[in-house]
Design a protein around this ligand. Structure first.
Ligand code: ADP
Length: 264
């Protein structure tokens, strides 16, 4: 059984302005998918449809073998955690520890208070995401990079098998990017999660993800393994972004990097 099955979905916000056009792909457990494409190509919309934040207009999405729309809210929140883009977040007046504890909501009753187990999980997640030193700080006092990791921590505290991340590396300097990547590696190792990430960093996508979903104008342009993408990466990247790329190798020759050159 696949973790996620996206079956010929289409979506629009307004009639006659399609945003997603017959997109299909299947994600197996523990795979890491990067969703790439130009601004406005439908990446965030796709992620929101998978998380059932938006309802597809046609086609269907299954999560763990059942239509995503068939789950009750808390039931789905035990399967999927979603981290929105940095610009689209409101900050409640909570400390980091309290906020991460909110990630335990799918496991609590209507008037439920966090129990010992919830506290233990939250503490473990704070450490795993390098946010334990921030635990007593209020959210609004954090830098953009710190907030990114705290939002990830709250999502991980949900203890889901699937993480949907919308540009988790944006606004991060190279050090914080590396720390975020280290957190993601640890999370995947420890909790065996399936990760779908919207990213603008093609080198990050090609070097750290197992699969690529590239959209052009809302339509699937490339769906498949990163290994196969790399066989023809320069041409594919040019077609996706309408810009030429040069290819360079890392010092040890193990990795290839792609640098944007100019409008194609
Ligand atoms: P991407 O993530 O690839 O940048 P989005 O999925 O955010 O693209 O947006 C795809 C298209 O849908 C864009 O043209 C955008 O302007 C439009 N769009 C996104 N959100 C809304 C909305 N809430 N209402 C109307 N149009 C929207």
């Amino acid at each position: 059984m696949s973790a996620i099955n996206v079956n010929a979905i289409s979506f629009h916000y307004t009639e006659n302005a399609p945003v997603l056009k017959t997109v299909s792909f299947e994600v197996q457990e523990k795979e890491r998918w990067a969703i790439i494409g130009k601004n406005g190509s439908g990446k965030s919309t796709l992620l929101k449809c998978i998380g059932n934040l938006l309802k597809v207009k046609s086609g269907s999405i299954s999560v763990e073998g059942k239509p995503v729309t068939s789950y009750r809210f808390k039931e789905l929140a035990r399967l999927i955690a979603y981290v929105p883009q940095a610009g689209n977040r409101s900050l409640p007046p909570y400390s980091v520890r309290e906020f991460v504890m909110l990630g335990r909501f799918p496991y609590q009753g209507f008037f439920g208070l966090p129990g010992l187990q919830d506290r233990k999980i939250a503490e473990a997640v704070l450490q795993l995401t390098d946010t334990d030193a921030l635990a007593d700080r209020l959210l609004h006092t954090l830098s953009g990079g710190e907030l990114q990791r705290v939002f990830l921590a709250a999502a991980v505290a949900q203890k889901t098998g699937i993480l949907l991340l919308d540009e988790p590396m944006s606004f991060l300097d190279p050090l914080h990017q590396a720390m975020m990547q280290r957190s993601l590696d640890r999370i995947q190792e420890e909790f065996a999660v399936t990760i779908l990430t919207v990213t603008h960093d093609v080198n990050h996508a090609l070097n750290r993800f197992s699969h690529i979903c590239a959209l052009t104008n809302g339509a699937p342009f490339y769906i498949g393994t990163t290994v196969r993408f790399k066989e023809n990466a320069r041409k594919l990247l040019q077609d996706i972004y309408s810009i030429t790329f040069s290819e360079i190798s890392s010092c040890n020759g193990h990795l290839k990097y792609y640098l944007p050159e100019g409008v194609a």
